[in-house]
Design a protein. Structure first.
Length: 330
């Protein structure tokens, strides 16, 4: 599966806003006595999705996904309205309601994702795509590990991650930096090198600030050192990290913006892959080296903690599923 950066900044912001409303709607839907709030939120979400579908700026490749969400939320809204109707509704919420797009299925879908690249420096971009897919539709992290979307949206999951608010500030700042880089004309190689150099320097400053904002040994992302010292061991460290799970996490206030910002940034990061393809065909002095540095930055300074957060959420989801199996039938 591929993710493009053809979506405009305005559309991206509207998608993020819609995701936040959708998450709130699902959270309210799961509360036994909060159907009226869920109906209001689902109605707002459906309206926002309908507006997105009618926008000429929405890329066709994203339109199918938006349509899928629209259909699912509309179906759930109709079901809730029928349940609460004085004529037909029972007022009781079914334990297993209509399957939403991120819902788990008994059998994971066929793995249609692209295989891991042989070239190590391209693997961070591939991993960005894999994690993005797990957040938006559910997908395979590797050929054998399937991560359903609900892992990222389970009740109270994000609030148990360590340093969420600091990570949100970090992602917001990185998104702003990446947006500035996107405006650089590719025809001007000197400007591209300068823009990428500035991104790396400012990005490392932001990461060092993130480390200071989370002063705990539980935060096991890489210590702040120069990227050049890490480039050679890029994937070796990643292989060990994917094999680990986070056993402890400090409880933090819930903030739904974390997942929405991750979705936007991981999608935006695919620009780096497009630039690498461009400069493979049109070589320019110094550009490829800087793009390799950005790939290393994405892995060590973003994906390092995102992978750990995801592994913790997977463990939490599995624990809850085991507990639910032991519940008496209703």
């Amino acid at each position: 599966q591929t993710v493009t950066c053809s979506m405009s900044q305005e559309i991206q912001q509207r998608v993020i806003q819609t995701l936040l409303v959708a998450h709130q709607a699902v959270a309210a839907d799961k509360e036994p006595n909060n159907k009226s709030t869920a109906i209001v939120l689902y109605t707002d979400c459906v309206a926002k999705l309908k507006t997105l579908l009618s926008s000429p700026d929405l890329p066709p490749e994203h339109g199918k996904v938006v349509q899928k969400y629209f259909d699912a939320y509309q179906e759930r809204l109709n079901a809730l309205q029928q349940e609460t109707s004085p004529e037909t509704g029972t007022g009781k919420k079914p334990r297993f309601h209509t399957m939403l797009p991120w819902g788990d299925s008994d059998t994971p879908p066929e793995n249609t994702s692209n295989p891991m690249p042989e070239h190590e420096i391209q693997r961070p971009l591939w991993l960005c795509r894999q994690i993005y897919v797990t957040m938006t539709t559910g997908g395979f992290l590797t050929s054998e590990i399937y991560v359903p979307k609900i892992v990222w949206y389970q009740d109270g999951g994000i609030s148990q991650l360590h340093g969420v608010k600091a990570k949100i500030k970090y992602l917001e700042a990185l998104t702003d930096l990446m947006t500035k880089v996107e405006t650089t004309p590719l025809e001007n190689a000197v400007a591209v090198v300068q823009s990428l150099t500035q991104f790396l320097a400012q990005g490392e400053t932001l990461y060092n600030r993130l480390i200071r904002d989370i002063p705990s040994n539980k935060f096991s992302a890489a210590a702040p050192v120069k990227l050049e010292q890490r480039l050679g061991k890029l994937w070796e460290r990643g292989s060990r990290m994917v094999a680990q799970t986070v056993n402890t996490a400090e409880k933090q206030p819930s903030d739904d913006a974390y997942v929405a910002l991750l979705i936007a940034f991981l999608n935006q990061a695919q620009m780096v892959g497009q630039w690498m393809e461009h400069f493979d065909q049109h070589p320019a002095p110094g550009v490829q080296e800087k793009l390799n540095g950005v790939c290393a930055f994405l892995y060590y300074f973003v994906l390092s903690f995102v992978l750990q957060d995801m592994m913790f959420l997977v463990s939490l989801h599995l624990k809850r599923m085991r507990e639910e199996v032991l519940l008496p039938p209703v």
